[in-house]
Design a protein around this ligand. Structure first.
Ligand code: ADP
Length: 453
């Protein structure tokens, strides 16, 4: 403001002198005109210097502003100050970008930025090794063109990014990669790629080992169990002191056989990621079949069975696997529900899913055990489980089967009151839907009292 005022004073002083001189020589207008011309010329000259300086700056990088005074001196200094600030902040930003690039280049995991059109924007050095990307050739290429496995395209477009995708590396069958995508900005994606070849190899070795051991143990256990059964059937020929041990040995051989059977089931479930066979499964028929089996095994417990399920509810899946999952849940309900308790199997359709729930009024499970129930060999009470012939593998099998059908297992329980195990399957698996209103399923509901002597 002060410079502006002194500039104004300078102009006025110049005009006053010009007016004085003009007055003395009787040429007032001419001197005023000449003085304004001189003032404009001086300003034009300064403008020209500013223009020259500004156009030279990008090439000279650090050129000092032209020497000047008054308002023009202020303007030159102001612009120079702004340029310095700008230079410092871009150097700072450049430093950050360089450090981020250097650190991402040192990473063993691949990081890729994909724009909203699904094209590659940026990637770190690891991606060149993992996916064979080349800079700048692959920039702006569609990611699904570069990774051509159809499972990748499915994963990329379906946007279920909570899960990871494990597939073979493009062009290298010996390498296994894990992909995970996160959305950011305006529908841009950040993709992380990990080399899990070693982990995958160890995992396959573990699966093979469990599968082979279970397979190899199968025959000896069958032979031992067969002899023990023959001995127990002819107990009268045996010395009394051996009778109880023989009974226990037979019970344990049955348990061993069950464990080996369940381990083999788990091993075979693990070899394929999703169920191959797609049968049409009628829920009511399947549940009734399992109910009959359970009825025979637990006849002495006189459970009340309720089946609340529409007769026309049909969905796609592998029947043998779904049978095994529901049978595990219904058998468990019968195992852990005291005599005369109620076991209810019901279905529910929601916007996105079909739910099949097995509820019982049994012993229930304390909340602290719930998150670990589907772990292999996890038992709430090992003595209780052993008494009921449990292997501790049943719920692990259920979880695997459901995930092979894109479903999940939900567990709710109240200790001492009962439990609810819900199989949630995607609604897209439903084949025939007559009505969305669950009340409409009531007429087809079946209530069965089993084992009533
Ligand atoms: P197990 O063969 O021992 O039954 P599971 O994997 O089927 O093994 O079940 C794991 C544990 O979960 C069981 O040991 C049992 O303690 C508990 N459990 C499973 N189902 C029920 C149920 N309906 N009520 C109470 N506890 C249950």
């Amino acid at each position: 403001m002060r410079t502006w005022r002194s500039e104004l004073k300078r102009l006025l002083l110049m005009l006053a002198i010009a007016a004085g001189v003009g007055f003395v020589f009787g040429e007032l207008l001419l001197t005023l005109f000449l003085s304004l011309l001189l003032y404009t010329g001086l300003n034009l000259y300064q403008l020209q210097r500013l223009n020259l300086w500004l156009t030279k700056v990008p090439t000279l990088n650090q050129s000092d502003p032209p020497e000047s005074f008054g308002i023009w001196g202020e303007i030159f200094d102001g612009i120079y100050r702004l340029q310095n600030q700008e230079r410092k902040s871009s150097a700072y930003l450049e430093g950050i970008i360089n450090r981020a690039q250097e650190s991402s280049a040192a990473l063993e995991i691949g990081v890729i930025m994909i724009n909203k059109k699904g094209n590659l924007d940026w990637w770190n050095l690891a991606c060149e090794k993992l996916l064979g990307l080349q800079y700048p050739k692959d920039r702006n290429q569609s990611v699904t063109n570069l990774i051509r496995d159809p499972r990748f395209a499915d994963y990329f477009h379906h946007e279920k990014y909570a899960d990871t995708l494990k597939i073979k590396a493009p062009g290298d069958n010996n390498r296994m990669l894990e992909f995970q995508i996160a959305l950011f900005g305006e529908h841009e994606r950040l993709m992380i790629v990990r080399d899990i070849t070693q982990l995958h190899r160890l995992e396959s070795m573990r699966k093979d080992f469990v599968g082979n051991v279970s397979h190899e143990l199968g025959t000896p256990i069958t032979v031992i169990k067969g002899y023990l059964e023959a001995i127990v059937d002819n107990m009268q020929d045996l010395d009394e002191k051996w009778q109880n041990p023989m009974r226990q040995m037979r019970a344990q051989s049955i348990r061993m056989e069950n464990i080996v059977r369940d381990l083999l089931t788990l091993a075979s479930l693990e070899t394929e990621a999703s169920a191959k066979q797609q049968d049409q499964i009628n829920v009511l028929e399947l549940v009734t079949e399992i109910e009959n089996d359970t009825q025979q095994i637990f006849a002495d417990k006189s459970h009340k069975f309720e089946i609340q399920c529409a007769a026309d509810l049909v969905f796609k899946g592998q029947r043998s696997e779904i049978y095994s999952a529901l049978s595990n849940l219904i058998m468990n309900a019968a195992k852990y529900t005291p005599a005369h308790g109620t076991i209810t199997v019901s279905t529910r359709k929601t916007k996105r899913s079909l739910e099949i729930t097995v509820a019982d009024t049994g012993v229930g499970i304390e909340a602290k055990h719930l998150p670990r129930l589907t772990e292999r060999f996890y038992r709430v009470d090992s003595s209780r489980s052993a008494d009921t012939g449990g292997t501790g593998l049943g719920l692990a099998i259920v979880k695997h089967i459901l995930s092979r059908h894109e479903g999940e297992l939900l567990i709710e329980s109240e200790f001492g009151k009962g439990s609810r195990f819900t199989c949630r399957l995607p609604r897209s698996r439903l084949l025939k839907i007559q009505t969305d209103n669950i009340a409409a399923t009531r007429p087809a509901m079946a209530t069965t009292q089993i084992g009533v002597n």
